[in-house]
Each structure stands twice: as structure tokens, then as C-alpha cells.
Design a protein around this ligand. Sequence first.
Ligand SMILES: [Mg+2]
Length: 180
Amino acid sequence: MLFSFFRPDMAFCDVYTITPEALKELGVSGVVFDIDNTVAPYEIERPTEKMKEYFSALRSAGIKMAFVSNNKGPRVAMFNESLGLFYVCKAGKPSPKGVRKCIEHFGLAKEQVLAVGDQIFTDCLAAHRAGIRFAIVKPIQASESRFFKFKRFFERPFVKKLDWLNPKNALAKIRKQGRR
Ligand SMILES: [Mg+2]
């Protein structure tokens, strides 16, 4: 059904709630992250210590990671410099090409890969067109441009009544739902 293409498969308050334990429970071994407003605000050029710790915890758990961003090369390269992840910049999401490249790079089955992003019409659509699950996170920045507010308005029907997982309830709820 068309609606399900725009509907995230799960919702997390932030990326830090997507722990190695949660991913294991979901049967996920590879994660494709959007950057802007998903893992970092636009004005943060390099990952903070908290972000670095998060990525290193996932890496230690054997989770493969990549960035797929619609932003330009220099921004993505600078953000990724200390992390050294596989990445695709100027990905043109909702095109599924960048996501597909990451799945191929991981060498994993589609069922084992999860995309994480903050937008429906780019991130969610790219993930679903590539045939993988999509987890939405709440956008980091509260004050956004008029254009973004306009987009958010049209996203509303698709994020309505999502069960937003937070650090306190995420693992228990995922376990209850079981793997897909
Ligand atoms: Mg984004």
C-alpha cells in the first residue's frame, strides 16, 4: 500500500535510543544514518564526544554503519573525518541509490539493514524504495526555516500516532513486538 511507503517502521526520540541492544533485538547488523538534524544539527561540523562514543559503541557491537546525506561533499567529509565511515554525499534522497550503495558495501541482506533519518519525503522514502526498514528520529533542531515547516506540515499524517520510543521504554517495547 502506498501509505506504508511514507510510514516509518519505528520511531525513536533520538539516535542515542537506538542502542546496540535494540538493534540486536531488531535483527539489525547495519545502519544507514542521515546526518543533518538526525545525528547532528546543521551548524555542528564535527561530531561531539557524545556522538563519537555512540558510534564507537555500535562499532564495538559489530554494527556496520554508513552515512547517506543529501548535503555536499565537504560537509559530509568533515563530519566523517574522525569516524571513517563509508558514506554517500549528494545522495539525492528520495532516490534509493545511496542507500543501495550502503547495503552493497555492508554485504548484508536487506532485512539486516536499518535506515535512520528525520524526514519522511527524503529519508523514509529512500529507505523504503531500497527495500529496507526505516526508523524516524525527532529532528534535533527546533527552529527551522519556513520551507522545513512547510514540509513538516505534509509529514504529519505519516507520523501521526507513532509510538515514540525513548531510552526507558525502547528495549521492552521492541522485545514485546518481537523481530520482524
Ligand atoms: Mg536530515
